[in-house]
Design a protein around this ligand. Structure first.
Ligand SMILES: NC(=O)c1ccc[n+]([C@@H]2O[C@H](COP(=O)([O-])OP(=O)(O)OC[C@H]3O[C@@H](n4cnc5c(N)ncnc54)[C@H](O)[C@@H]3O)[C@@H](O)[C@H]2O)c1
Length: 301
């Protein structure tokens, strides 16, 4: 499905990104395997993971080059796109998957942890997309796939920085879809669920916990990767500006915010009118303060 296409996958040295790179290559794509090789909290760097995944692709008979630049830097993003052009002569797709976590309750979160998470997820997605955009415009085609999260779409405790970044990615994707539709360029998001180091800290001590972890392990990264490969392919030519989720063998389409109820008063509102009339009328449709696990309340089967 991706024969002849050249794809940059960020954060592809492990987890979901590695699976995306392998599936894309198996579908015939030439892949730039980008990864800085950082720890989960963004610290350190290691050239090993990107090179190992590129080697795995070669061993399977595919085409790949490794790149170890950081998505957080505009220069790094330019280098990734340049690597695709140099190795494969073109660029057809960008998967913004690189990610880090700096969890902590909001009232204790240092500004540096916001900065660091925004830099990788939001600036990273902007930087790599922006570097590819002129090529996509010129050739009249291209596909972006960005990893968002139900932490942003629904909510999660102790992830203010991550939620803000991931909802920012949704706005970025929609804006790219709107601005570049006329050049045949598409941009979609996926909120993945996959067993990776990002969620592998879940406890597995009691028998019940062990059983649950065994069920969660069924959510293998390749199930997300298959959907990404589809969105990169020409078969998805009519899919643009959407938000999907993949969780084990289920694929979800997410809603996007629209007004759901309104109140109007010809003479305008006073503060007490709002308290007495507007809010009681709107309250029936208030959203409860739910977290992702309240909505995805069943284990994957
Ligand atoms: N695993 C899940 O269930 C889940 C849920 C929601 C969202 N996500 C999102 O999916 C994506 C992949 O997550 P994962 O679970 O595979 O995590 P992961 O930690 O296994 O992979 C992330 C990769 O990004 C790389 N990276 C970090 N900073 C980078 C930088 N500046 N430049 C280039 N690479 C960098 C890391 O080295 C790592 O290999 C992330 O965007 C994450 O937020 C994952």
């Amino acid at each position: 499905m991706l024969k002849g296409k050249s794809i940059v996958v960020t954060g592809a040295g492990g987890g979901i990104g590695r699976a995306i790179a392998l599936v894309a290559a198996a579908e015939g794509a030439c892949v730039v395997v980008n990864d800085i090789g950082a720890a989960l909290d963004g610290s350190g760097s290691d050239e090993g993971p990107a090179h190992r995944v590129a080697a795995e692709i070669h061993q399977a008979g595919g085409q790949a080059v490794a790149d170890t630049s950081s998505v957080s830097e505009a220069d790094g993003a330019e280098a990734m796109v340049a690597a695709a052009i140099k190795a494969f002569g073109r660029i057809d797709g960008v998967v913004n998957n690189a990610g880090v976590l700096r969890d902590g309750f909001f009232h204790k979160m240092p500004a540096e942890h916001l900065d660091q998470v925004l830099k990788v997820h939001l600036y990273g997605s902007f930087n790599v997309s922006r570097a590819a955009a002129p090529h996509f415009k010129e050739q009249g085609s291209g596909a972006f796939v960005h990893m968002t999260s139900t932490s942003g779409l629904i909510g999660n405790l102790a992830q203010a920085n991550y939620s803000a970044a991931k909802l920012g990615v949704v706005g970025l994707s929609k804006s790219i879809a709107l601005d570049m539709q006329k050049f045949g360029v598409r941009s979609n998001c996926i909120a993945p669920f996959a067993w990776s180091r990002m969620i592998s800290s879940i406890k597995a001590e009691t028998d019940d916990q062990k059983e649950r972890v065994a069920r969660l392990k069924q959510m293998t990264p390749d199930k997300v990767a298959t959907m990404v490969a589809y969105l990169l392919s020409d078969a998805a030519r009519e899919v643009n500006g959407q938000i999907f989720s993949v969780r084990n063998n289920e694929i979800f389409l997410f809603s996007q915010p629209r007004p759901i109820r309104s109140v109007h008063r010809g003479e305008g509102w006073t503060v007490s009118d709002i308290a007495e009339h507007a809010i009681p009328a709107l309250k029936a449709d208030f959203y409860p303060l739910e977290v992702s696990a309240d909505i995805f309340s069943w284990d994957p089967v």
